[in-house]
Ligand binder design. Structure first.
Ligand code: NGO
Length: 412
């Protein structure tokens, strides 16, 4: 009406998301953190809105470089503004173990003591982690914790000699190579370790999902990988969580209800795509994170100072202009198998909030729209105009976004 705005929703999350829409209808100055002059008018009308996908996520790699609770909260606020409802935290990798585990205290105390480049690293105490989860929950984001296994485990292997097949702990690692580490699948203590870690992590997790990684296990034999993934999935199920794994999980038998996160790109071979499609036939669902579209750590163009380019250069239009329902249709994936989309941000080259924001913005709002809007309401030519209008809002929020030349930004 003339005097106010009425918001209604079926669930609290809907009201929260309606408020985010209302924020975007107000002038950009509302986003400043100092008092602004009114009056603030909102155009009259009715908006009926509902998301295309239930799973609309962003991932932050806090292992390669550690990010503090406050830095993660800052990112959560930015994600919530665009109705992202899931935060996947990549909590362990070769370079650092970032979550306190009481039964294996050296994981965080020693395994979390450094990061890429050799800086001091860090980890979350359980109290800090619970605070982070509470903060995310208050903004209607579900936290999906990931412990990447059996590869990407040098930080754990360095912390406990007995986890290594040869019983010798390797040194901590601060480089950026992948594929050189593996838990020891034939050793029984490996599953005591996995059970303890999963039990403690599940107890910290009100959400449904627990991500077990499973990518790039180049130092694990195929037989060992099969056995390790079989037993580890059973442990996750025992503690009441739904398994998520990178799509290499589809090379092993999947527990009922498992979710695979596809991170292939244009050069991914037909056999690999077919294996993922095959998995969906037995009920495995998919999260789509194609690296040449949604990887926020890919450089925008040749001149981007941060990031990597192994999946190509990912300008803002390329990142926006694809349809999750069609993406793997050629390989035989039914659109109904797709739970949603996720934009991962890997941190080999990123160590500050400014770095996060220059890579996430303005591509993140595009992934958020892919997750939210029906395909029929989406096209780059109209989107780029709407995205341009976000520029002053990002500025008001203090977000140092990439001024992509393909977006018609207004003069600020
Ligand atoms: C890959 C790899 C990660 C890297 C990332 C960098 C996955 C799932 N495993 O994505 O370890 O950090 O690329 O872009």
């Amino acid at each position: 009406g003339r005097a106010g705005v009425t918001l209604t929703a079926r669930e609290p999350a809907g009201l929260f998301h309606a408020v985010q829409t209302l924020r975007q209808l107000l002038p950009a100055a509302v986003e400043r953190d100092s008092r602004q002059r009114g009056p603030w008018k909102v155009a009259g009308g009715t908006i009926t809105d509902t998301p295309r996908y239930a799973y609309r996520a962003a991932m932050l790699d806090v292992s390669r470089h550690f990010f503090t609770v406050d830095q993660v909260k800052r990112y959560i606020d930015q994600l919530a503004l665009y109705k992202i409802n899931t935060l996947h935290l990549h909590l362990s990798d070769d370079q650092g173990w970032r979550i306190a585990i009481d039964s294996w205290p050296r994981l965080a105390a020693y395994g979390g003591s450094t990061q890429v480049g050799g800086g001091p690293g860090g980890y979350y105490t359980k109290a800090q982690y619970r605070d982070l989860v509470r903060y995310a929950t208050s903004r209607h984001l579900e936290v999906v914790p990931e412990i990447d296994m059996p590869g990407h485990t040098n930080a754990a292997l360095a912390s406990y000699a007995e986890l290594n097949c040869d019983g010798v702990a390797p040194p901590l690692y601060t480089g950026t190579a992948v594929g050189f580490s593996s838990l020891c699948a034939p050793k029984e203590i490996t599953y005591d370790f996995v059970d303890d870690v999963v039990r403690e992590l599940a107890a910290l997790t009100p959400g449904r999902y627990l991500h077990i990684g499973g990518d790039e296990a180049h130092s694990t034999s195929h037989a060992d990988y099969m056995e390790f993934m079989r037993r580890t999935q059973a442990i996750v199920a025992k503690y009441g969580k739904t398994v998520v794994g990178w799509h290499q999980l589809t090379g092993a038998e999947q527990v009922k209800g498992a979710v695979a996160q596809y991170w292939g790109y244009d050069a991914t071979g037909a056999a690999e795509r077919a294996q993922v499609a095959e998995a969906t036939k037995v009920g495995t669902k998919l999260i789509l994170s194609p690296a040449d579209r949604t990887y926020l750590d890919m450089k925008y163009d040749r001149n981007t100072d941060l990031g990597q380019s192994w999946a190509g250069l990912v300008e803002v239009d390329r990142s926006y202009d694809w349809d999750p329902a069609a993406y793997l249709a050629g390989a035989g994936v039914d659109p109904g198998a797709v739970l949603g989309v996720e934009a991962p941000l890997w941190s080999e080259t990123l160590s500050t909030s400014d770095h996060i924001e220059r890579m996430a913005f303005p591509r993140l709002p595009g992934v958020a729209e892919i997750g939210w809007s029906p395909q029929s309401a989406r096209n780059w030519d109209t989107y780029k105009v709407r995205l341009a209008a976000q520029g002053p809002r990002l500025t008001a929020l203090g977000i140092d976004y990439y001024r992509s030349p393909v977006v018609p930004w207004p003069a600020e």
